[in-house]
Design a binder for this molecule. Structure first.
Ligand code: OFO
Length: 172
């Protein structure tokens, strides 16, 4: 049976992952309102990916005999000054999530819950990728500056991203 302190921190992390999804969906709607359909589609895909992170956590909690308690979600920001500002906010959010995962991992280590520590390693690695991806787009947007042509090209590139919701995520 999973210890309460770990269970509580995992439940909080589930809320944060669902909020990530909500935030990125909000960014998607912002991009849509600016006519940037590729940016918008990219963020919709990212929102779906975040849901799989939450589901991965809740499947684990359930498997360990814990009770998942879903909490309310914070209202996400709706507007950003520029696409660069939105992606800088996404990068900042991912850094916050990395910090949060590290805290949950620390709690599992303090409690000598090796199974949870091992399970969380997937998230530690995933966060390296999440930060790198957001940072890469921030850098591209900085290089592009105010060039309409550059934004148009990046919009096309980002629009090619496809995230397929893995069916296994529902039962894992
Ligand atoms: Fe779940 O990795 Fe982003 O937030």
């Amino acid at each position: 049976m999973i210890k309460k302190e770990i269970l509580d921190s995992l439940n909080e992390q589930i809320n944060k992952e669902f909020f990530s999804s909500y935030l990125y969906l909000s960014m998607s709607m912002y991009f849509e309102s600016k006519g940037l359909s590729g940016f918008s589609s990219y963020m919709k895909n990212q929102a779906l990916e975040e849901q799989t992170h939450a589901v991965k956590l809740l499947n684990y909690v359930t498997e360990r005999g814990g009770r998942v308690l879903l909490d309310k979600l914070e209202t996400p920001q709706h507007e950003w000054e520029t696409p660069l500002a939105a992606f800088e906010a996404a990068l900042k959010h991912e850094e916050f999530i990395t910090e949060s995962i590290n805290k949950v991992l620390d709690i599992s280590i303090d409690n000598r819950d090796h199974a949870t520590s091992s399970f969380l390693q997937w998230f530690v690695n995933e966060q390296v990728e999440e930060e790198a991806t957001a940072s890469d787009i921030v850098n591209k947007l900085k290089l592009i500056g105010t060039s309409g042509n550059g934004i148009f090209m990046l919009d096309r590139e980002l629009g090619q991203r496809v995230f397929v919701y893995p069916p296994a995520a529902l039962s894992e």
